[in-house]
Ligand binder design. Structure first.
Ligand code: SAM
Length: 271
């Protein structure tokens, strides 16, 4: 059994905090220890200290990414928190924009980005929005981004997708691919993915009309949450829609927002 000393735990926590804003207090020590121990053994290392030296050094960025993946949760699925998509649909039916740019700011495997793309494609088909729309998904993790670019999903993750939408936007795998679903190219050509650390300054990638920042603030402490939310909101146009997870409580930020529904906001037009 590998033992994680308090000093090494605090050094690991400090590294994760400074690099990507992950906040681990003392109550998370057992969780961090159990999530990393197997990986350390698999690498043939003798201790948490060796592993810390490996991920803190410059030589193995891939292993740092692996540690991030082990310490965060990438859980996501299509049309998670459906009330947000219903609200977005109502707003777009009222506004009828000719163009629309959406950012899924912690996209994980891309389920949120593709759910939005399905909705926008259907609204375009109905003539509710114009055809100049696109979705950008970003995440810190290489692994989830590679998977998002492949646009192939286990069928179960599309459990909230209606049969009509499945038929329009997805190809169901057969034979060896049984149980998998591939997004149609008509959808995937509208969706791009890229790596972005929310805890570092963001170059101008907006302005977006809609931003999803859902189920990622849970990783950050109060100060980091505020910084991240305000940073992300610089990329949302005034009047644009902003979504956080409904379980994430009050949105902590300086940027004036109008609350529309749990986890759903409009950025105020005047500052
Ligand atoms: C639980 S998933 C949320 C996925 C999706 N937004 C949803 O609500 O279903 C959280 C994602 O946040 C990403 N993440 C954690 N820290 C991050 C950071 N500092 N910058 C960007 N992404 C981060 C993780 O890699 C993970 O994929």
């Amino acid at each position: 059994m590998l033992a994680l000393s308090d000093d090494t735990y605090h050094a690991l926590a400090a590294l994760m905090y400074s690099a990507i804003g992950l906040s681990f207090n003392d109550s998370k020590k057992a969780l961090v220890s159990s999530r990393l121990a197997l990986r350390i053994q698999r690498l043939g290392l003798d201790s948490f200290e060796d592993y810390l030296a490996l991920i803190a050094g410059d030589e193995d960025a891939g292993e740092f990414q692996m540690a991030v993946d082990l310490l965060t949760t990438n859980e996501t699925y299509f049309f998670r928190e459906p009330a947000h998509y219903e609200l977005l649909e109502r707003e777009l039916k009222a506004e009828r924009p000719r163009s629309l740019s959406v950012w899924s700011a912690a996209s994980s495997f891309g389920d949120e980005a593709y759910s939005t793309a399905m909705l926008l494609s259907d609204l375009q088909q109905q003539g509710t929005i114009g055809n100049a729309w696109s979705v950008l998904g970003t995440d810190i993790s290489d692994r989830v981004l590679r998977s998002a670019c492949a646009a192939v999903y286990p069928h179960d993750r599309l459990r909230n997708v209606t049969p009509q939408r499945m038929k329009r936007h997805c190809l169901r795998g057969e034979g060896e691919s049984e149980g998998l679903v591939q997004m149609h190219s008509g959808l995937s050509e509208r969706v791009r993915f890229g790596q972005l650390n929310l805890c570092q300054p963001i170059e101008a990638i907006g302005p977006f009309d809609v931003v999803f920042l859902r189920n990622v603030l849970i990783y950050f402490d109060a100060a980091t949450k505020r910084e991240v939310v305000d940073r992300v909101l610089t990329q949302l146009r005034p009047g644009g829609l902003f979504f956080i997870g409904t379980a994430e409580g009050r949105v902590p930020c300086e940027t004036p927002l109008l609350s529309l529904a749990p986890g759903a906001f409009r950025k105020s037009v005047t500052r």
